[in-house]
Write a protein that binds this ligand. Sequence first.
Ligand code: AMP
Ligand code: GLY
Length: 407
Amino acid sequence: EDALAWRLRQSPSCGELIAAPGNPGIARWARCVAVDPVDAAAVTDLARKQGIDLVVIGPEAPLVAGVGDALREAGFAVFGPSAAAARLEGSKGFTKDLCRANGIPTADYERVETMAEARAALARFGAPVVIKADGLAAGKGVTVAMSLAEAEDAITAAGDGPMVIEEFLEGEEASLFALVDGETAVALASAQDHKRVGEGDTGPNTGGMGAYCPAPVLTPELEARAMDAIVRPTARAMVEAGTPFSGVLYAGLMLTADGPRLIEYNVRFGDPECEAIMPLIDGDFAALLMNVATGRLAQTEAPRLLDKHAVTVVVAARGYPGRPASGGTIRAIESAETVPGVTVFHAGTASSSTGLIASGGRVLAVTAVAESFANARARAYRAVDTIDFADGFHRRDIGWRELERAS
Ligand code: AMP
Ligand code: GLY
């Protein structure tokens, strides 16, 4: 949301920006108000009192809770889907069924409700296999089990409840971000992230420890294929179901030997992908989002990205993704931002009497832009090394695939 606010504030059409609730990073570009973003009545009331022209909903919780619906009913232009359309992220089972019904390439799967059903499905799929809790889990409700024992453990840990058991897909992952308003869908950007907490892509899954934009592995040909076989049929199916999608659709893709297959959808810009995408968007971003919100995407000039590279390195609090240490002091962000092309976006930060402190798992998203991937990456790490945050840690190998490809 800090990156979104930063980019919105630079838009010629954005006169004033208000954030609910914001954080110390967002306070650099927006007026922050203490309103709970999941409280539809409070958000609508704020929009009314402030005479807001466009509401951009960043995270998934308010989308799934129907804050967009309440705002639309009250007559506001909203960037972000309805609760019904946000099920594309909120329910993995919903999305898998939609793919099956519309021939959209994805992993074979079975929806189950109990541990016993999950074990029966496991016997059918064998290992490796993927086990997913059905619901929002901040990217952490998924177990990729390489052995049946590991799969058994994941099912036992999940307990009875809705789960999806999936075929394991082999390939490289890449993310495609598309703007969608009803039937119209246009590609905006590609990115790759690093989901595992540890270097060499080891350890538990996180929301993401770093990202870069663009992702050259998603070639123009593969991107066009993914738009035609995955994103556009999804947009059409949502219209046909009477629940059209409006906003940004983030398709997590597996680039398999037989082409891109959908792993999952998010209905927002993603974190840390958003931080890597925003600096590369050319033109009036707020006007672009307004055109999506008001159903004019088909008449809008295609979005353009700068011909540069952005790399984001996440600095997390020690203990993440388990129990992150809270309250650690953070200093020297300003000197990190003197590195050319660098912006330090805030996630879990708070102000205290002693200055800036950590208040969440992922704390900072250090982002650098340059003409080449290698330079963007070098700048990002130079900035990370300047920051004084004793309770923090980060991965040193963000972008290793791109470095390997370049060498
Ligand atoms: P998700 O929350 O669905 O994106 O899953 C988190 C991560 O688990 C993905 O980014 C993949 O790395 C991995 N994953 C999910 N589904 C599959 C699958 N069917 N085959 C292989 N890996 C998967
Ligand atoms: N980085 C993945 C997500 O935002 O869900």
